[in-house]
Ligand binder design. Structure first.
Ligand code: SF4
Length: 213
């Protein structure tokens, strides 16, 4: 298990915590500030916790009830996205519970993830997503392991392969899977990342360095 960057805190919300926020026509849920990775380009390591004016620093981790309340009325949004400055799958069972309930209420649910959940939990968790998530966006971030390690600083040398393996498995259970990479990071070959996504049979989306949200 990776060492969490921030301690797990008992649920119970502070008034200052931003749990739900809206970008364009999507509602985002801020699940945790903990991460498996320590990405060198992450704004939170440069002292910025802001996304489009929303301060995503959590003082407490929201429980399922709080997340559902923060999601609001799904009919007002194109989708509800588990995201924030942290890795949502570090709270896998809360994400599954909330995702299932949101889908029951008619939401399209997307998970933004580092793709390392199988590594973290020591089992293939991808079947768990079948009833809880409609789409998964996975941060590929690099076309090869060496470049990935340089920028994402994972806790284990096997992380890049674990990410690729997660991608292969999750496409069996989630209809919409996308790999993403950030254009502008030194050594990252966006075309090669796109080719890799094609080889894995999933979609690809290019992101741009320093553009968050
Ligand atoms: S996974 Fe995301 S939130 Fe976590 S360190 Fe990397 S960029 Fe930051």
């Amino acid at each position: 298990m990776p060492v969490p960057l921030l301690p797990r805190i008992v649920p119970g919300m502070s008034a200052a915590s931003c749990i739900g926020y809206t970008l364009r026509r999507s509602r985002y849920l801020n699940v945790t500030n903990r991460c498996t990775l320590r990405c060198s380009f992450c704004p939170k390591f440069n002292g910025s916790w802001s996304v489009q004016g929303y301060d995503l620093r959590l003082h407490d981790e929201p429980d399922a009830e709080t997340l559902l309340a923060a999601a609001g009325n799904p009919s007002e949004y194109d989708e509800v996205v588990f995201c924030g400055f942290g890795e949502p799958t570090l709270r896998l069972y809360t994400v599954l519970e909330v995702g299932s309930e949101l889908r029951r209420r008619g939401a399209r649910v997307r998970l933004n993830t580092d793709g390392l959940a199988n590594y973290v939990y020591g089992r293939d968790v991808t079947p768990d997503f079948e009833d809880s998530v409609d789409a998964v966006s996975i941060s590929l971030n690099a076309q090869d392991a060496a470049t990935y390690y340089r920028h994402c600083r994972p806790p284990t040398p096997g992380a890049f392969m674990a990410l690729l393996d997660f991608t292969k498995h999750v496409r069996e259970f989630v209809p919409d899977v996308t790999l993403t990479a950030i254009d502008g990071l030194e050594g990252v070959d966006i075309s090669a990342c796109q080719r890799l996504a094609g080889q894995l049979g999933v979609a690809f989306r290019r992101r741009v360095l320093h553009q968050v949200g």
